[in-house]
Write a protein that binds this ligand. Structure first.
Ligand code: UT7
Length: 323
């Protein structure tokens, strides 16, 4: 018997306000055509004034708890992937814990920017496999609209706000790749690339700061590193692209999503794509896509799902899940 962290529920929340590409045409030198053709993005959601990352996370968490048929106090831990926590501290995770009325267990944030959800899932898997927790709520929640420079057309048209959540529970499997649950993980980072994607604020500046990105440079690394990490985690369990039912990639750019799928030998009809509707929601993009993919009837129990993501750091990684 082998202990596995099995998906018990999934849910998401998107703020009400939908912003189409055309809205940017009024304020900066851009066009719907440029944004669509260079990124695949058609619209994104922006949080309302005063609506915070933890607010979005609470809504997504409630949806995932309802999907799993569980209450907040059935959870042992909450792990939140975010780079846009409401405050420097306490963590978004403890804000969400209190918002859910959860009075037991523990909660903490993981910060690996757009790769955050893959890092959070891997941490949650470790907590379950080590016996530290039986049920873990893993959330990706972001309000990147709060760190946009609205005059920088190279970044402000790309990002959106949202949250997604997943509940994992320890369950005995047979020890084969037919088991439900997390089957393999792979994490990487290389801080020498920190200057190509960063926020120019924080405790060292006393400001929140704005996102700065050398898009072309990030793009250059993305397909190569995403295909590599997906290959590495599949190889750990003796599987390949042929075995994959769904790639659920980080949703930054449709050209990156297509390029990575092609490199993995997986056709696009086995890739969950939400970037057109959500834009890049950083650590929220994968749980949002998992939840929407399930809702659309794409991801079904027993499917082999590969998630992969890259972002600021650079940090990148992948997780293979039998849904
Ligand atoms: O989630 C974290 C990871 N992030 C990513 O994965 C993002 C990776 N990068 C990308 O997705 C792409 O590089 C972008 C979508 C950001 C940009 O696409 P690109 O094909 O690399 O375009 P570019 O940056 O090379 O810009 C091409 C041209 C430039 O004009 P010149 O220098 O050729 O005259 C830009 O100034 O497009 C211009 N441009 C724009 N034009 C209209 C840049 N942004 C815009 C805009 N509207 N919003």
């Amino acid at each position: 018997m082998t202990l596995r962290a099995v998906v018990k529920g999934v849910g998401h929340y998107l703020p009400e306000r939908v912003v189409p590409n055309s809205e940017f045409e009024e304020t900066i030198d851009t066009s719907d055509e440029w944004i669509r053709s260079r990124s695949g993005i058609e619209r994104r959601h922006f949080a309302a004034d005063g609506q915070t990352t933890s607010d979005l996370g609470i809504r997504a968490a409630k949806a995932a708890l309802a999907d799993a048929g569980l209450e907040a106090d059935d959870l042992d831990a909450i792990v939140v992937a975010t780079s846009t926590a409401d405050f420097t501290f306490p963590s978004a995770a403890t804000m969400i814990q209190s918002g859910l009325g959860m009075t037991r267990g523990f909660a903490f944030d993981v910060q690996a920017v757009c790769a955050g959800f893959v890092f959070a899932l891997t941490n949650a898997n470790g907590l379950i496999l080590s016996g530290q927790a039986k049920r873990v709520l893993v959330i990706g929640a972001e309000t990147f609209s709060r760190i946009m420079d609205w005059e920088d057309r190279g970044t402000c048209v790309l990002f959106g706000d949202g949250a997604g959540a997943l509940i994992l529970e320890g369950e005995e499997g047979a020890g084969s790749t037919d088991d439900r649950g997390i089957l393999a993980t792979d994490l990487n980072s290389d801080g020498t690339y920190r200057d190509i994607l960063y926020v120019d604020g924080g405790v060292s500046t006393g400001t929140t700061g704005h996102l700065r990105m050398q898009g072309k440079e990030v793009f250059r690394h993305a397909i190569e590193k995403l295909a590599q990490t997906a290959h590495t985690s599949l190889e750990k369990i003796g599987l390949s692209g042929d075995d994959v039912d769904w790639i659920v990639p980080h949703q930054a750019n449709l050209r990156i999503i297509k390029g990575t799928a092609q490199k993995m030998g997986v056709p696009m009809d086995r890739v969950v794509v939400t970037v057109q509707d959500h834009g890049n929601t950083s650590a929220a993009s994968i749980p949002l896509a998992l939840s929407v993919g399930k809702e659309r009837g794409q991801i079904k129990q027993g499917d082999l799902v590969v998630t992969e993501a890259i972002g600021g750091g650079l940090a990148w990684g992948s997780v293979v899940i039998r849904w």
